[in-house]
Design a protein around this ligand. Structure first.
Ligand SMILES: C[S@@+](CC[C@H](N)C(=O)[O-])C[C@H]1O[C@@H](n2cnc3c(N)ncnc32)[C@H](O)[C@@H]1O
Length: 216
């Protein structure tokens, strides 16, 4: 689901920039990724996370995906000219990722999953595209933060089947992602690192046609 005006303003603000730097610092303190790999960022927004990922991990290929063309266009402007080589931009849905099974070394998600109505499908898709041993770096929030008596009047999120801590932990088990690191405020949200088990077999459809717009 696309952001409303207020949240769009917030995620494009300097405050969010600082927040993402701190989250990335935590991610980096957990698992060391090898350089030269393939990385996907889902819900990349304006591309601040992408620049941090690029700097920290020097992937050979970085896919940036967002549902919102305006966000992808912003990310494209932010990154192109700096270090655009090896970076692909795609307008698409997290619940239908346009990548092959077992094809990426890591997926980064800075706060996108709680915006996806079919969030379990989103999580299953993240797992499907990860290689065995691949890592999902996740920043997520719970409804008591974004749908409480104040925030429900100023933010817009899907209404049904929202996840709290317990739901998310169970869903990780269901897709066979092992939560190796986490920092959680039970009623607020979580920073987490999930690793796809070696013996993982998850059957999902491929959605290689699911990129609506591709910018190079
Ligand atoms: C809270 S914003 C976070 C943006 C950026 N990652 C950040 O940390 O500032 C969530 C982002 O996820 C995107 N998004 C929402 N639903 C999505 C979906 N189903 N598939 C892909 N991206 C989605 C939104 O357009 C938005 O850019």
């Amino acid at each position: 689901m696309k952001l409303n005006r207020f949240e769009r303003w917030f995620v494009n603000s300097p405050a969010r920039n600082i927040g993402q730097h701190l989250v990335m610092r935590w991610f980096k303190s957990t698992v060391a990724l090898k350089t030269g790999g393939t990385i996907l960022e889902v819900g990349c927004g304006r591309g601040v996370g992408a620049k941090l990922i690029w700097k920290a991990h020097r992937p050979e290929r970085l896919y940036l995906l967002d549902l919102d063309l305006q966000m992808i266009a912003r990310a494209h402007r932010r990154i192109n000219g700096n270090n655009g080589d090896g970076i692909s931009f795609c307008v698409g849905d997290a619940a239908r990722l346009p990548l092959r099974d077992d094809s990426v070394d890591a997926v980064f998600g800075f706060g996108f999953l709680h915006h996806v109505p079919a969030w379990r499908d989103g999580l299953a898709e993240v797992t499907r595209v990860l290689k065995h041993g691949g890592v999902y770096f996740m920043e997520e929030y719970y409804p008591s933060l974004y749908q409480n008596f104040v925030t429900r009047h100023i933010l817009v999120h899907p209404d049904e089947d929202r996840f709290n801590s317990q739901d998310l932990h169970r869903a990780f088990q269901d897709v066979n992602l092992t939560l190796t690191h986490s920092f959680e405020l039970k009623r607020m949200g979580i920073l987490g690192v999930g690793v796809k088990a070696d013996s993982q077999s998850i059957s999902c459809k491929r959605h290689e046609d699911a990129c609506q717009v591709v910018l190079d």
